[in-house]
Design a protein around this ligand. Structure first.
Ligand code: SF4
Length: 339
């Protein structure tokens, strides 16, 4: 029996005061990951601070610099189907809709999506050593069944991957996260929010204790003409990515003016290599050039017993997705790329 207290707050100030006053407190919004973690005894808050009445966090508005600010409490579904997101940031809409199920997307919030934890099976199994769950206990996945695990940025302490699709789209777009906390407001570029496991795999991101995500800023450039999100998984729906790729291209005729490529399902954070995007600028849109970029993105990739296949899969997925981005009609449900 887990006993806990519950507090409903109406403002971010009230939320910050409440969390500062109780070291065992946890914020709850959609609860789609927190309740799972609680059931598996991976989280046991003694105070739940319910944010759902904080209306300020539910807005979708202009950033004032040409971009769009997504409230942290907007649901994933409301974000994906919002006309502004569908028209200006279809890459993000597509990435969100590739994740979870319709029911979960209706409940899950944008802030919560960023904070979800890995789906490594050993993390959820109290009988298996896991450095993320119990630091210093070991990593069962290293020599265990590691089909869904990392090929990039892993450490000997942890080879888990971050499971979000939405965040792969946000990484490609170059979003910025707005945070409030006891020491004031701060903004974190998306690439700096999630962290690699290193020797502290128990820490997933750079959010500090007592801080709250209030919104996510999308930059003005949305790559709405040439984009694609490709998710490769064991089951067509309601499954996490083995490899996913978000691509945004800005073209001048057949020449690449700007490119963004982010990978999901391969690392402890969405994986983006700016040097690969630099390499594509000024080049023609050919499979050979995209393959060169893929080689750079996958430089240093290392597979384990059951996931070696992901390295070649990721390379092919990058090339295929970049070619699909040339013709966004391939993004219609059921459409097949003509490659
Ligand atoms: Fe735990 Fe990470 Fe190893 Fe999975 S990969 S068992 S989460 S330490």
């Amino acid at each position: 029996m887990n006993s806990f207290s519950y507090l409903r707050v109406n403002s971010t100030r009230e939320a910050l005061n409440a969390v500062a006053a109780d070291s065992g407190a946890s914020f709850i919004a959609g609860g789609t990951n927190l309740i799972d973690l609680w059931k598996y005894d991976l989280s046991h808050p003694d105070l739940l601070i319910d944010l759902n009445q904080v209306d300020d966090l539910k807005a979708l508005k202009s950033t004032g610099t040409g971009g769009v600010r997504l409230g942290a409490l907007l649901s994933n579904a409301d974000t994906a189907y919002h006309p502004v997101i569908e028209s200006r940031y279809p890459l993000l809409s597509k990435a969100i809709l590739a994740g979870a199920s319709a029911q979960i997307r209706n409940m899950a919030t944008n802030g919560g999506n960023l904070l979800q934890r890995t789906r490594c099976y050993y993390f959820y199994d109290a009988n298996s050593p896991c450095n993320k769950r119990s630091p210093g206990s070991g990593c069962s996945a290293l020599k265990g069944y590691n089909r869904i695990h990392a090929i990039l940025g892993a450490s000997e302490e942890c080879i888990a991957v971050f499971p979000s699709d939405m965040c792969v789209g946000l990484a490609a777009l170059g979003a910025v996260i707005n945070i409030v906390g006891p020491n004031g407001d701060r903004r974190i570029p998306f690439a700096d929010f999630h962290r690699l496991p290193g020797d502290r795999p128990d820490i997933d991101n750079t959010l500090k204790k007592g801080e709250l995500i209030t919104s996510i800023d999308l930059p003005a450039k949305g790559f709405e003409k040439n984009y694609s999100y490709l998710k490769l998984r064991d089951r067509h729906s309601y499954a996490f990515a083995l490899v996913s790729v978000a691509t945004g291209l800005e073209l001048e005729g057949e020449i690449i003016k700007d490119a963004r490529i982010a990978l999901g399902g391969v690392s402890h954070k969405p994986w983006r290599v700016p040097e690969a995007e630099d390499l594509l600028r000024g080049k023609a849109v050919t499979p050979e050039n995209f393959a060169q970029a893929a080689d750079l993105i996958l430089q240093g990739a290392k597979g384990y017993k059951y996931n070696q296949f992901k390295i070649e899969l990721a390379k092919r997925a990058i090339v295929r997705n970049c070619m699909m981005a040339l013709d966004p009609s391939t993004q219609r449900p059921g459409a097949q790329p003509s490659l």
